[in-house]
Design a protein around this ligand. Structure first.
Ligand code: NIG
Ligand code: FE
Length: 411
């Protein structure tokens, strides 16, 4: 189990602005469902009450809870509380880094999917304990920046043994693990060794079987330099036949088949969506597939930012995620992604905060996170600020004071 829920009662009082993502007539902020001067109660990690501070159960009443002896009180002292961020896209199990590649890019070199292979080599060399320690460090970073729920992909192993290893290690820290054997074709799959199609058969067969016990999702990088639509479909359908949910990396480096394929397969999410045709936008708008935008990638590859405004205006559900990985986006910060989305992608602060919470939950097809209402998990970020707007208004400032997950403080 990646994380133990709190047992007992948590009472959060004095919340100046509570972003619930649960709109109601007596709340402000449209879809953000903002309640002012609010309080929240959680029992055993699940929210049981939300309302005005003045109406909050007193400590005496709290003593009648199922766990009268374990009561924790958090006084927000007028600050804002939002749902813990849901980072629905990361690649956190890897060895080495690619600082040199980043520096070269900032000097003018283009980003290419092939850079992934150098991380594959470093990851294969790392021991389980080295990868575990690295992963634990990233989890601390995520929690420290307000993220309560996060997905982790495999994809830097690219052999049966190494992909199984990465899936197993990822499952030690999250329930949201994605099998991304179809990240790129590894160097050893030369044409004589079966080439891309031979590798795809391995991914859809033995590698999927080895990873299946540890993962909830299957993903494929459908992009020039990685896998074409037919190869991606082969892997995604094999995963789906094993009961895995589908997600797709697509339309990152140019227009392509990723969005179309994702919608056709009813994927939970198609991620990147940087280069979209009108037909892609229309297909997304008529589907359940979330468009997950990853502005850290455009920041560190110098591609143009995705146009969130175009998607939102067309009625597409948008999520924001970090894509934290050593190549295209080495940030674990959802506040940074929110600031970029507001400044560069046409989102309002409210839309960006919602995309980083409820949007991420939708991309993972979860209804118990990314929202604060009775029955949802008590996953909260307490901001050192009076309002969620400050996340974009004060870029680069560490505004997350505390992060709580399942009613327990994690940062
Ligand atoms: O999401 N797009 C494919 N995979 C990663 C990049 C991985 C890498 O460059 O190491 C991404 O951007
Ligand atoms: Fe990615």
């Amino acid at each position: 189990m990646p994380h133990a829920a709190a047992s007992g009662r948590l009472l959060v009082t004095g919340i100046g602005e509570l972003v619930t993502n649960d709109p109601a007539p007596d709340r402000e902020g449209g879809p953000l469902g903002i309640l002012r001067d609010a309080a929240l109660v959680a029992d055993d990690g699940v929210i049981t009450w939300i309302g005005r501070s003045g109406d909050a159960p007193s400590l005496e009443a709290t003593a009648g809870s199922p766990h009268p002896h374990r009561i924790e009180v958090l006084d927000a002292r007028g600050r804002a509380v939002i749902p813990g961020f849901v980072d629905s896209h990361t690649h956190l199990v890897f060895g080495g880094d690619r600082a040199e590649e980043f520096a070269a890019r900032m000097a003018g070199r283009a980003y290419e999917a092939g850079g992934i292979r150098s991380t594959v080599a470093a990851t294969r060399e790392a021991t389980d304990d080295e990868l575990r320690a690295r992963l634990a460090g990233f989890v601390r970073e995520l929690h420290g920046q307000g993220t309560a729920t996060f997905e982790v992909k495999t994809g830097y192993g690219l052999s049966v043994v190494d992909e199984e290893r990465l899936a197993r290690l990822a499952a030690e820290v999250t329930d949201e693990v994605t099998f991304l054997g179809a990240h790129v074709v590894p160097a050893e799959f030369t044409e004589r060794a079966g080439g891309a199609d031979g590798y795809v058969e391995l991914v859809a067969g033995e590698m999927l079987q080895a990873c299946k016990p540890h993962v909830r999702w299957v993903d494929a990088f459908c992009e020039r330099g990685a896998f074409d639509a037919e190869q991606s479909r082969r892997v995604l359908e094999a995963g789906r036949a094993e009961g895995l949910g589908v997600r797709v990396h697509g339309n990152q480096l140019g227009e392509g088949d990723g969005v179309r394929l994702a919608v056709e397969l009813d994927a939970a999410s198609v991620d990147h969506c940087t280069y979209l045709s009108d037909a892609d936008v229309a297909a997304l708008a008529g589907s359940r597939t979330v468009a997950t935008l990853l502005p850290g990638v455009e920041f560190s590859t110098r591609h143009p930012y995705p146009d969130a405004r175009r998607l939102i205006d067309a009625g597409v559900t948008v999520a924001l995620a970090s894509d934290c990985n050593p190549g295209s986006s080495f940030t674990s910060s959802m506040p940074f992604c929110i600031a970029l989305a507001v400044r560069e992608m046409g989102m309002t602060p409210a839309e960006a905060v919602r995309a980083a919470t409820a949007g991420g939950a939708a991309a993972l097809r979860r209804t118990d996170v990314g929202v604060l209402r009775p029955g949802a998990r008590a996953d909260l970020a307490l901001l050192d600020a009076p309002s969620h707007v400050h996340l974009a208004y004060r870029p680069g400032v560490p505004l997350v004071a505390e992060t709580w997950k399942d009613g327990a403080r994690v940062a």
